[in-house]
Design a protein around this ligand. Structure first.
Ligand code: ZN
Length: 186
């Protein structure tokens, strides 16, 4: 069984107090839990990949659709684009993405390569949820059986109600298994 921990967008701009599009304290508070889950996956021989939301000022000026809702954030190569806190020191594998969801080609190989995919990161009701939906549907459409999981202690949002709603949606509609604690067996 190949197992993957997919850490969504745990980047400076989404987490740090002065990040450009920060989810603030809820996002900062889950750092120890994410680090513990990474360590648990490493100890169990699983893989860890971190997504990095990635924008350029050129793309923004050309009318990136996100510009209608947000200011530019996670500009490639800037400190805001980097992984946040302790994750930045771990030399983790990364995948860049230029919208909410990973590229279709990345979604494709992830659901073909892994038997178990566990999601964590920020924010629960935007990029975590969108990638959950993308991975789930692509696996289902291709007849692939992937066991999806979510660690509720390792996701956060600036909107507590939407955070809870998104966790329930992933559990009830997408059939994600909820990991009870960061120490749970991988
Ligand atoms: Zn973005």
């Amino acid at each position: 069984m190949k197992k993957l921990l997919l850490v969504i967008d745990y980047q400076y701009d989404f987490v740090a107090a002065d990040g450009k599009l920060t989810a603030g304290q809820p996002a900062q508070l889950i750092e120890p839990a994410i680090l513990a889950r990474i360590a648990a996956f490493q100890a169990a021989g699983g893989d860890i990949i971190c997504t990095q939301d990635t924008h350029t000022s050129q793309g923004w000026k050309k009318g990136h659709p996100e510009a209608a809702a947000f200011q530019i954030h996670c500009e490639e190569g800037t400190p805001g684009w980097a992984l946040y806190g302790g994750l930045a020191d771990l030399d983790l594998e990364t995948l860049t993405k230029t919208s909410y969801m990973l590229e279709a080609t990345d979604i494709d190989w992830l659901v073909r390569d892994y038997d178990v995919i566990e999601l964590c990161g920020v924010v629960t009701d935007i990029c975590v949820l969108q990638n959950a939906i993308g991975l789930y549907n692509h696996a289902a459409n291709n007849g692939l059986t992937v066991q999806f999981r979510l660690c509720p202690d390792c996701v956060a949002s600036f909107n507590a109600d939407n955070h809870q709603w998104a966790i329930h949606y992933m559990q009830n509609t997408l059939g994600f298994g909820l990991v009870a604690s960061v120490d749970e067996m991988i």
